[in-house]
Design a protein around this ligand. Structure first.
Ligand code: URA
Length: 434
């Protein structure tokens, strides 16, 4: 088989066979197919598309490109969650302990953040001593003992995706539904869970800029999950502004703890209750979403969800006291109010740009090797729909120096669109695809 023939076939809009897809994925993972040929094929896929069968075959070939996790030693239903990514997204830190407290087993492999969106693994490292690099044996032992473990994705899991994603990033081939679906689902399938819940972001701060595109992605993700034999649900949620109020690693951990303590309501809690209900019903632990919601709310009220977070931290060598005393988390020396220079109503907050403010403060990674500052970030005080007066604070900047904070405050002002007339906040949950 020749790679050139496969490229030409897709360029002409023809369907690729399972053999051709496997040839490409295996050859590229082994380094036998060069980047330039793979780039050409991915651009052809982006322009010509792939049908569901091709997308499934691509997903399976990527899943099988490396090791897959064998979770058979874990008793009970195993669930996993994935978000298509967004600024201020600390959902896993809340959702995973919430559902684990109800008896679902969470065996989660997570990534580090690259660019301005932080990864769950980075956020967890805000707990002093937390080890995200535990061995596979310890990972399985912890899930059996505590019902929850979250570890960094190993290099052996889905190596095809690692190479393909890095190439897509620099060849303009990220926003292709078959490529996104195969990238996400191959990793989830390799990680071995029975139930997969997907948070598909829609809006200016996400890959899918319109609700229609997000819906199409959600449909494709769930269809491929089901064809691969997994219970898969996708929830489409708004990413037209950052999620919640905190952006920055330790600040997001603190916000997650506030939600688990029952002190913070709003969209973040709503999102975790919605995703959590899907997991509990698909896992057969609750009869329906309403019953699941009650169980999850009770877990917050009686403190069992918070205790589960403490067990996760302790089980991975972290300081569990920080769950109950957040002053033990990394703290930035400077706090500075970003004062608004206009009066009106907040119409939009550009999530990507807010992510760049956090990066400017040192909270994001410019390259894979960058060391990030866990303490810095922003606490937004105004969100879409809020009224703001000139001179009021839009948010508190947590920085290492006053100079960095002042620049960040200026940048944050530019992220806000403030209009004279009242603004209605759009619905946060835009749909559920089961
Ligand atoms: N997240 C992934 O893991 N892969 C993509 O292609 C897009 C989002």
């Amino acid at each position: 088989m020749l790679m050139t023939d496969v490229i030409v076939k897709k360029r002409e809009g023809e369907k690729l066979s399972a053999e051709e897809i496997k040839f490409v994925v295996d050859g590229y993972t082994r380094g036998e197919i060069p980047d330039y040929q793979m780039s050409a094929l991915m651009m052809a896929i982006l322009l010509r598309g792939m049908d569901r069968e091709e997308t499934l075959q691509l997903t399976m070939a990527m899943r099988d490109s490396g090791e897959t996790l064998d979770l058979s030693a874990i008793k009970g239903v195993k669930a996993d969650k994935h978000s298509t990514g967004g600024v201020g997204d600390k959902t896993s830190l809340i959702l995973c302990p919430m559902v684990a407290a109800q008896g679902v087993k969470i065996a989660k492999m997570s990534g580090r953040g690259l660019g301005h969106t932080g990864g769950t693994i980075d956020k967890l490292e805000s707990f002093p001593g937390f080890n995200t690099g535990i061995s596979e044996e310890k990972f399985i032992e912890n899930v059996n003992k505590f019902g929850i473990a979250i570890a960094g994705q190993t290099a052996d899991l889905d190596p095809a995706d690692k190479k393909m994603y890095a190439l897509r990033d620099v060849t303009g081939t990220v926003p292709s539904i078959p490529l996104i679906v195969s990238s996400i689902m191959s990793k989830k399938l390799a990680a071995g869970a029975d139930v997969i819940v997907l948070d598909v972001k829609s809006g200016s701060g996400s890959f899918m800029k319109t609700a229609e595109d997000a819906h199409e992605l959600a449909e494709n993700l769930t269809a491929v999950g089901k064809l691969a034999g997994k219970k898969t649900v996708a929830v489409i949620t708004d990413m037209d502004e950052p999620l919640g109020n905190a952006i920055g690693n330790a600040l997001e951990v603190k916000e997650a703890i506030e939600v688990l303590r029952g002190e913070k309501k709003g969209e973040l809690l709503e999102l975790c209750l919605t995703l959590g209900s899907c997991i509990l019903t698909e896992a057969g632990i609750a009869a329906d979403d309403a019953a699941a919601r009650k169980m999850l709310e009770k877990g917050i009220e009686d403190g069992s969800a918070l205790e589960k977070l403490a067990e996760l931290v302790e089980g991975q060598e972290g300081d569990r006291r920080a769950v109950f005393d957040t002053s033990l988390l990394p703290q930035a020396p400077v706090q500075f109010e970003a004062v608004c220079d206009r009066t009106g109503y907040v119409k939009h907050i550009c999530a990507d740009e807010v992510g760049l403010v956090s990066m400017h403060l040192g909270g994001g990674r410019a390259t894979k090797e960058s060391v990030i500052d866990l303490s810095v970030g922003i606490i937004l005080k105004k969100k879409v729909g809020d009224k703001v007066e000139a001179g009021e604070s839009l948010g508190t900047i947590h920085a290492q120096s006053i100079e960095a904070a002042k620049k960040a405050a200026e940048m944050l002002n530019a992220c806000y669109t403030v209009v004279p007339d009242p603004v209605e906040k759009p619905a946060f949950i835009k749909g559920i695809v089961r």
